[in-house]
Design a protein around this ligand. Structure first.
Ligand code: ADP
Ligand code: TRP
Length: 351
């Protein structure tokens, strides 16, 4: 296995809709901090192959890819400091995924929370135990509509990470299960074939899970836009959404175990204003939800003002975005192809 000069870091986001404040506070903000700290060789990518696993309009995919690339740049990612690339321009990802598929137990994939949440409940109707182990037989009638890509999603993610020998992966904590599988597959491959892959660790922000504005029991997610605050929302939209955001019973701006909605709003406020939750509670003591929400709207509008303007300008420059993705993808391909060749050789593939 090659020795890296500085540790490598990789992460991706799907171009499947507008970026929300959960994506920003759970992932993108951290990408920028890590890039600026300079302690890692950073690769960030647009996970367009992953985004095919959910319903999509092919006419809109290009726009979504550009929009996410513009989000990356507007937030502060810099192609001079990080490699920014498009997953589908690096075919090694799909190729390694296939190889990893052959060492991935179906049982592990069917237990993934994200797979189950997205409708792919793979219920087993019968279990057959043989000398070699247990074989679960899925009920085909229940799963005829679920696409195989959704099931295999974590294996493509493992390939994304293992190809670059990434030691750390900055993500929200909803991805921990996928990271654990990546580690398992790296270990299994190394044991079975040869020491080729590095086991990665997740890296979380202080706010690894932002909850939905309309339902604090669900994580904010692009697949439920009604609960999202988007990072490029205009001030009027922000005001409306914060006004409408659900709160808990009572009127005091004070978090607590029985205040999931308020805890969520307080965490967002604290993160964007740089004040601790305690400081925010003191500031609003005796002032009620309406005052708090008004101030929160101002904090959000101001925080993302620069971002909104920069993104709007970038969206008018598709050729700049294309060039960044092409150059980044060429750089990523070099690294990925080298690792892919090692993995193929370990498996005895090729001539
Ligand atoms: P979504 O679930 O909205 O489709 P993605 O799957 O594209 O978002 O996630 C991109 C990144 O944002 C991942 O690192 C993920 O962990 C993080 N993320 C997504 N939703 C949240 C959330 N509600 N809170 C914190 N981080 C999140
Ligand atoms: N699965 C991630 C998500 O839904 C996106 C992703 C794809 C990713 N490949 C990755 C994140 C590799 C980190 C590393 O958020």
């Amino acid at each position: 296995m090659e020795k890296l000069r500085i540790p490598r870091l990789v992460s991706g986001i799907q171009p499947s809709g507008r970026l929300h404040i959960g994506n920003y506070l759970g992932a993108l903000k951290n990408f920028v901090n890590l890039q600026e700290e300079g302690g890692y060789d950073c690769l960030f990518f647009v996970a367009d192959l992953h985004s095919l696993t959910e319903d999509f309009d092919p006419q809109k995919k290009r726009e979504q890819i550009f929009s996410l690339t513009a989000d990356f740049l507007a937030a502060g990612l810099d192609p001079k400091k990080s490699t920014i690339f498009l997953q589908s321009l690096v075919p090694a990802h799909s190729e390694l995924m296939w190889m990893l598929n052959t060492i991935t137990p179906m049982g592990e994939l069917s237990r993934m929370t994200q797979f189950k949440d997205k409708g792919g409940v793979l219920r087993m109707v019968s279990t057959y135990t043989a000398k070699e182990g247990t074989l679960n037989i899925p009920d085909e009638r229940q799963n005829s509509e679920t696409n195989v890509g959704l099931f295999d999603y974590p294996v493509l993610m493992a390939a994304d990470i293992l190809l670059y020998s990434a030691g750390v992966v900055p993500v929200g904590n909803d991805q921990d299960q996928h990271l654990e599988l990546t580690r398992t597959l790296a270990r299994k491959f190394n044991r079975k074939f040869d020491e080729v892959f590095v086991e990665p660790k997740p890296l979380h922000t202080p706010l690894p899970r932002v909850m939905s504005l309309d339902d604090p029991s669900k994580k904010m997610s692009k697949s439920r836009p009604e609960g999202c605050l988007f990072v490029d929302d205009e001030p009027e939209a922000i005001e409306k959404k914060i006004k409408r955001a659900v709160t808990d019973s009572g009127s005091e701006v004070k978090g607590g175990q029985d205040k999931p909605a308020l805890n969520n709003l307080l965490s967002i406020y604290s993160n964007l204003s740089g004040k601790s939750i305690k400081e925010v509670e003191v500031e609003f003591s005796g002032r009620g939800y309406a005052d708090f929400k008004k101030s929160m709207t101002e904090v959000i509008c101001e925080y993302f003002e620069n971002f909104r303007n920069t993104k709007a300008k970038l969206m008018n420059k598709p050729s700049t975005l294309t060039k960044i993705l092409e150059e980044g993808s060429a750089k990523a391909s070099k690294l990925a192809n080298k690792k892919l060749a090692e993995a193929k050789s370990a498996m005895g593939l090729g001539l």
